[in-house]
Design a protein around this ligand. Structure first.
Ligand code: GLN
Length: 470
């Protein structure tokens, strides 16, 4: 598919220079050529041509009044329910599970006219940073198929990067939209906690999860965000504008950079980051060195809070209510057998870890302490946002790695160092392409991240668009 923004596609549709059928034909062409190797999808939906025809009719009937996303192909992460389609979260335990309703984000995109291309591949139940933890096999990075696309929304990122969809939705619990955006050269947004409804998303860490867009441009991310955001009666943690104070856009920004937090970055990644800061300075913004000592502890806190919530959320997969059922001699035996067969190694590891940190003897030492660190992180950010407008860091400490390179779970967890803070504190964060670094003669994309105070998406879009020259 030709590289076009959603807005450009819409204009071409309106002028009759392009039709949804043309675009869907382009998608299917890419799918035929690249999908067998890249494996961005667990399922490509079967009704694409029919949907394109319907979209064409809507455009003919309604013209400029047609809903915003009429005929726009969007890929959906495999843990987001699309009514009537298989929703596996890339787990064997949900191999045959059909979504019985639309998630709120799905319903809102559908109402806006989007065509869903398929359910994308991911790390099982969103646990991972590389999409290697999928029960359906890994997704490859379209920029270099010997490397990972990032995770857990690696399929959603690859789907857009290989041009089989104009945009996709991912979910981000500790960086799963921003990491793949960084590795695949895309824009990825983790909205403010509660800006987007979690209804119909398979929960990983309920106090951390948010769905967000992966797109080629900041403008497209903004457009999708505005469609999916807002209060939803089915998610009590969702809210409407007005709940948080307005976060203004400014002529020039004071940009906080936690320099002490950047130690140990690969020299070329650091050089790229410094070049991005130099551009921001040249544009007239002011860089301020800030200190975020608690943010540094975020990774440790995240890998306690998240498994605690995982162990509780995944208790529902008991062989009775959803998906796979394996019969044993007793009910307990049913649970054991189903979960032993249905869950992969990483999911089991986190359930064990979570159960441990929540156990009565250790609750306060681990979970309690992690929650206290989280409070301090929130305070620390709030204080810093009195002095600076946004905080900028790399998104990921490295570009995409080769398959199997980070087989040791701890080394992979370290990749989330810059992203988990926004989830633990609830602030919005965006990753935008910052350039490429070279590994084995291949140019690999890598992103930079900006964080703003709660409800500060507008400010993030503003600075990101200006940086990108949109
Ligand atoms: N990579 C992180 C993890 O493995 C984040 C995952 C996510 O955001 N879903 O937990």
């Amino acid at each position: 598919m030709a590289k076009r923004t959603i807005q450009e596609t819409r204009t071409l549709y309106q002028n009759g220079e392009l039709s949804p059928q043309d675009v869907i034909a382009e998608c299917m062409n890419v799918l035929a050529l690249r999908e067998p190797d890249v494996h961005a999808y667990v399922d490509v939906f079967s009704d694409l041509e029919k949907r394109a025809e319907e979209a064409q009719k809507t455009l003919e009937q309604k013209g400029g009044e047609a809903p915003l996303l009429t005929g726009i192909p969007i890929a959906m992460k495999g843990n987001i329910l699309v009514n009537g389609e298989r929703a596996t979260a890339s787990s064997k335990i949900l191999e045959n599970y059909i979504a019985p309703y639309d998630a709120t984000v799905t319903a809102r995109l559908r109402a806006a006219g989007a065509i869903f291309v398929g359910a994308t591949n991911m790390d099982e139940f969103a646990m991972g940073s590389s999409t290697e933890n999928s029960a359906f096999g890994p997704t490859k990075n379209p920029h270099d198929t010997s490397r990972v696309p990032g995770g857990s929304s690696g399929g959603s990122a690859a789907a857009v990067a290989m041009e089989s969809a104009l945009a996709s939705l991912g979910t981000d619990t500790g960086g799963s939209v921003r990491g793949p955006a960084s590795f695949c050269g895309l824009v990825g947004l983790k909205p403010t906690y509660g800006a987007v409804s979690r209804y119909g998303l398979m929960a990983m860490g309920s106090s951390l999860d948010q769905a967000g867009p992966l797109t080629h441009t900041v403008g497209d991310a903004e457009l999708i965000f505005n469609v999916i955001r807002g209060k939803d009666q089915y998610d009590a943690t969702s809210w409407d504008e007005g709940v948080y104070p307005e976060v203004s856009v400014k002529e020039m920004y004071r940009i906080g950079v936690p320099y002490a937090f950047l130690e140990g970055l690969a020299p070329d990644v650091r050089a790229l980051f410094d070049a991005a800061l130099a551009k921001l300075t040249a544009d007239g913004h002011t860089i301020v060195d800030i200190s975020l000592p608690y943010m540094k502890e975020g990774l440790a806190a995240y890998y306690i809070v998240m498994p605690a919530e995982v162990s509780s959320n995944l208790a529902r997969f008991d062989g009775v209510r959803f998906g796979l059922h394996v019969s044993g001699d007793t009910l307990l035996d049913d649970y054991r057998k189903t979960r032993a067969l249905g869950f992969g190694a990483e999911v089991k590891r986190r359930i064990l870890l979570g159960t441990y940190v929540l156990s009565s003897g250790y609750y306060d030492a681990y979970y309690g302490t992690a929650e206290r660190v989280r409070d301090r992180m929130r305070e620390e950010l709030a204080q810093n946002f009195e002095n600076v407008d946004v905080i900028v860091t790399p998104t990921t400490p490295t570009p995409a790695w080769k398959f199997g390179e980070k087989a040791d779970p701890l080394s992979m967890y370290l990749e989330d160092i810059y992203t988990v803070g926004a989830n633990l504190t609830g602030v919005p964060a965006i990753s935008i392409p910052a350039g490429t670094v070279t590994r084995d003669t291949v140019h690999l994309p890598i992103g930079i991240q900006a964080m703003a105070p709660h409800n500060g998406e507008k400010r993030l879009f503003d600075i990101a668009k200006r940086y990108r020259g949109e």
